[in-house]
Design a protein around this ligand. Structure first.
Ligand code: AMP
Length: 220
């Protein structure tokens, strides 16, 4: 099962992708997480990626497609993956299809999470993520705060704030998403795999669980 999670930054696609990955026992592949790991390690790829990410721009397709292809070749990805943040452009979507076609597979479902902009901005500005890579739990200091400030409920590691989660960058990230998602949605609609999910109350603590339940029903 190859699921492509679509949704603006802060729409909750990362949280839903994590839950979905656990429930399906498929790997969660987040290009944003992959880039952040490279930035942390101060690799050449990390430096290059950071020059785009810090401005809220997309990392070039060629670079992004290559790291995803490499990851899809891992053995744990043979039965499917939950893609989060990839593809973000038509070129990436086509490269993914081509890759999967080569293995006799195709994208199963493309759920797009639709959330009002105001909620998105509030969410991003209040987002805190567990710094432990194995855990990566996502909190909202307003809507879903940790029990102890700055500490992950699940593993006890300190929470961190993403560098690109600031008001300046958010606007450009939302704009980039709007520009690219139109074509992506068209592309996946034509392929018959796109579906939209609008949570009843996106600020509810269990909004991501509801999104995941909907996706699981649609893939049965
Ligand atoms: P995310 O964690 O998905 O919000 O991604 C954070 C940032 O990483 C984005 O704003 C982009 O700069 C970059 N990025 C992540 N995924 C991609 C992608 N598929 N193509 C290009 N850039 C990406």
């Amino acid at each position: 099962m190859y699921i492509v999670m679509l949704g603006a930054p802060g729409s909750g696609k990362g949280s839903a992708a994590k839950i979905l990955a656990k429930k399906t026992a498929l790997p969660h592949i987040s290009t944003g997480d992959m880039f952040r790991e490279q930035i942390k390690k101060e690799t050449e790829l990390g430096k290059l990626a950071n020059s785009y990410i810090s401005k809220g721009q997309l990392v070039p397709d060629e670079v992004t497609i290559n790291i995803v292809k490499d990851r899809l070749n891992w053995e744990d990805a043979t039965n499917g993956v939950i893609l989060d943040g990839f593809p973000r452009t038509i070129e990436q979507a086509k490269a993914l299809d081509e890759f999967l076609k080569g293995q006799g597979k195709s994208v199963t479902l493309v759920p797009e999470i639709i959330i009002p902009d105001q909620v998105i901005i509030e969410r991003i500005l209040n987002r805190a993520t567990c710094s432990n890579k194995e855990c990566g739990a996502i909190y909202n200091t307003k809507f879903k705060p940790p029990k102890i400030e700055g500490i992950c409920d699940i593993c006890g590691a300190p929470l961190s704030i993403r560098n690109d989660d600031n008001e300046e960058t958010i606007k450009s990230r939302l704009e980039v998403y709007r520009q690219n998602s139109k074509d992506l949605v068209e592309y996946y609609k034509e392929n018959g795999v796109w579906t939209s999910i609008t949570p009843d109350d996106p600020t509810a603590g269990n909004a991501s669980d509801q999104v995941v339940e909907t996706i699981l029903k649609l893939t049965k």
